[in-house]
Design a protein around this ligand. Structure first.
Ligand code: GDP
Length: 333
């Protein structure tokens, strides 16, 4: 039985990846900073019952900035694959908490890499490593962005992710670590945090339809993003670690949409005209914006055979349907 260790297991991607690996027959160890029930709702259904004869999912509480703890966790769990998904994941928040964002993403990744390196050297084991990189690293480089596009980050989050990306490459080159950088474009799902624009919009659509909210305050509506489904994207993470050689890959749908497109579909599905509800709020704008992200995942298609299975409209429909269901409602169309 193969064993995986996932940092950030309680996040959107961690939960989909844990599900995916358990279905593949893996033993999965997940690390979360806090494990009280409010913090782990996305993975609650995976936790084994008290009388489970053969549990395969194990939750650990700890912080990736604690080097000694991390080393002990890797020694104890003996993973074959380590997926580093932990970190402060919100670009807007990174302008308010730049130092914390840099610490947990950049220093945190360096801490994980060094703990892994020391473990591999001491034990003679091979552990494959996945680093969760982001399209935010491209910043204002023109689309379509691929693996050869210059990184020009425009946020503390982008800077931190780029440091983690570069650290991963250094460990691959210096020590022969089987390490892959995934450069994932925006990926969403009904499990997306409520402060990301897709979920903010689908939740508002449901609340407005239920008569519990009237206005939806947003920032810049003209930005374009390449939005895919998180379940498709975690499959790409796993595929990267199954190849002969470690490489970096862009994962994207290749289609971009504006926030206006998102509003049209989401509020439309809730039977609403978005122009009657959306208000512009300067507080929702960022000090610096990334205008257009649209990825070219040709390399992943060629080498991994990876293609997205869920398009933008189906993604938004799934999210709206899930949020409407919270209020006992169904899509209007
Ligand atoms: P990001 O691409 O990782 O920053 O994902 P987000 O979902 O947080 O934001 C996507 C885009 O939507 C960014 O360009 C934001 O500036 C823009 N946006 C406009 N209004 C809002 C808002 O009210 N909340 C968020 N989160 N983003 C907004």
């Amino acid at each position: 039985m193969r064993t995986a260790l996932i940092t950030g297991v309680a996040g959107q991607d961690g939960s989909y990846l844990a599900e995916f690996l358990l279905e593949k027959g893996y033993r999965v160890h997940g690390l979360a900073r806090r494990i009280e029930s409010a913090a782990v709702w996305r993975i609650a259904h995976l936790l084994p019952g008290e009388d489970d004869p053969e549990p395969r999912f194990f939750l650990h509480e700890g912080d990736i900035l604690d080097a000694g703890f991390l080393r002990g966790l890797i020694d104890e769990t003996q993973p074959d694959e380590l997926y580093n998904l932990a970190g402060q994941s919100h670009v807007g928040l990174s302008f308010i908490q730049p130092a914390r964002t840099m610490a947990v993403i950049a220093t945190g990744t360096a801490t994980v890499l060094e703990a892994l390196h020391v473990h591999c050297r001491a034990s003679g084991r091979q552990v494959r490593f996945y680093q969760a990189g982001s399209s935010e690293m491209f910043g204002d480089s023109s689309p379509p962005q691929n693996e050869d596009t210059v990184f020009r980050p425009r946020s503390p989050y982008g800077v931190a992710k780029l440091a983690a990306h570069n650290a991963t490459t250094v460990y691959r080159d210096a020590y022969g670590l089987f390490a892959c950088n995934g450069i994932l474009f925006n990926h969403e799902s009904p499990r997306r945090g409520e402060n990301f624009v897709t979920r903010k919009v689908t939740l508002a659509a449901a609340r407005i339809a239920a008569g519990q909210q009237n206005r939806l305050a947003l920032g810049d509506l003209s930005v374009r993003r390449d939005w895919g489904h998180a379940a498709d994207y975690v499959r790409a993470m796993w595929l990267m670690l199954q190849q002969e050689e470690p490489e970096d890959y862009v994962i994207a749908t290749g289609q971009s949409h504006t926030i206006g497109d998102l509003l049209e579909i989401a509020l439309g599905l809730a039977g609403l005209d978005w122009r009657r509800h959306v208000v512009s709020d300067p507080a929702c704008r960022r000090p610096l914006e990334v205008d257009h992200l649209c990825g070219d995942a040709g390399k992943a298609a060629r080498l991994l055979g990876w293609r997205p299975t869920v398009g933008f409209e189906a993604l938004v429909a799934e999210m709206v349907e899930a949020d409407l269901a919270r209020y006992g409602l169904r899509p209007a169309q």
